[in-house]
Design a protein. Structure first.
Length: 277
């Protein structure tokens, strides 16, 4: 009887096009029997919410390892502090770009697969994390638009995000961000599964070979579409919540909050398994 219970995933959708709340206990999640079903559900729903599950760092690492190939930070750190508070995160300046819609790791050969955030300290105001489903947004486009964008490629760069939060950077800062590199990515990602998703976000600079005005208008209209109400979920954190997202089929952003309030999320992530093609 116990075994049957441990193998059953209990969940409810949050919105029609995105999000799912998982009701299983921490023990059920950590036993590993639900991992395959959770992975399928993550790909379908984009975001999984584990209300007040209260993962310790060790439990979060263990759970992340069940959901894919664990990906530590570049310096080997397993769990990363997400906070705009420089007392909590030495690289908080870089996180200012996270206030704008983006996919993690578009500069990498393979963007990260999935990420998990656990809430450790709430903000005094604001600080929701928002997600949008870029599979669902693509699938709901009309056929003419799908045909129009099917073969387009977009120049992406980390330095493009700099101008979102620092419109007049000094040359040293700009060069530092430019050193991260640039890449060209298809506007429509055809996944190994055959599903397609939109590749947009604050790193997107321009559509290759397109007039600049048309390019800006197209990227803006697709971003507006993909992040519109029916494809978007805004998570209001409660202490101990964990939220997992499929980084290959969603974009996300943090909503503004007091940078000095100590708001803290702990992040783990899995490696991406396919490049954007
Ligand atoms: Fe991010």
């Amino acid at each position: 009887m116990d075994i049957i219970e441990l193998n059953r995933l209990v969940h409810t959708p949050i919105k029609q096009n995105i999000g799912c709340t998982i009701h299983n206990t921490k023990e059920e999640l950590l036993c590993g029997n639900l991992s395959a079903d959770l992975q399928d559900l993550l790909e379908q729903r984009g975001v999984l919410v584990f209300p007040q599950i209260e993962f310790t760092d060790a439990e979060q690492v263990a759970f992340t390892k069940m959901m894919g190939q664990f990906l530590p930070e570049i310096d080997g750190e397993e769990v990363y502090n997400i906070s705009l508070d420089s007392k909590v995160n030495r690289k908080s300046e870089y996180l200012k770009g996270s206030l704008y819609w983006h996919i993690d790791g578009t500069m990498n050969k393979r963007p990260i697969g999935a990420a998990i955030l656990s809430s450790k300290k709430l903000p005094t105001w604001g600080g929701n994390t928002e997600f949008c489903n870029t599979y669902a947004a693509y699938e709901a486009l009309d056929d003419d638009t799908k045909r129009q964008i099917e073969h387009l490629h977009v120049a992406h760069s980390a330095w493009t995000t700099l101008f979102y939060y620092n419109p007049e950077p000094d040359q040293t800062k700009l060069k530092e961000m430019m050193a991260i590199g640039e890449t060209e990515l298809p506007l429509v990602w055809t996944h190994k599964s055959g599903r397609k998703s939109l590749v947009l976000g604050a790193t997107a600079h321009h559509v290759i070979g397109m007039n600049w005005t048309e390019s800006a208008s197209l990227l803006n209209s697709l971003r507006e579409w993909a992040t519109s109400e029916s494809f978007r979920y805004s998570h209001e954190w409660k202490l101990g919540d964990a939220v997992m997202w499929d980084n290959t089929g969603t974009m996300h952003r943090a909503m503004p909050y007091d940078p000095d309030c100590g708001r803290l999320l702990r992040r783990t992530k899995t490696a991406g398994v396919e490049p954007i093609i």
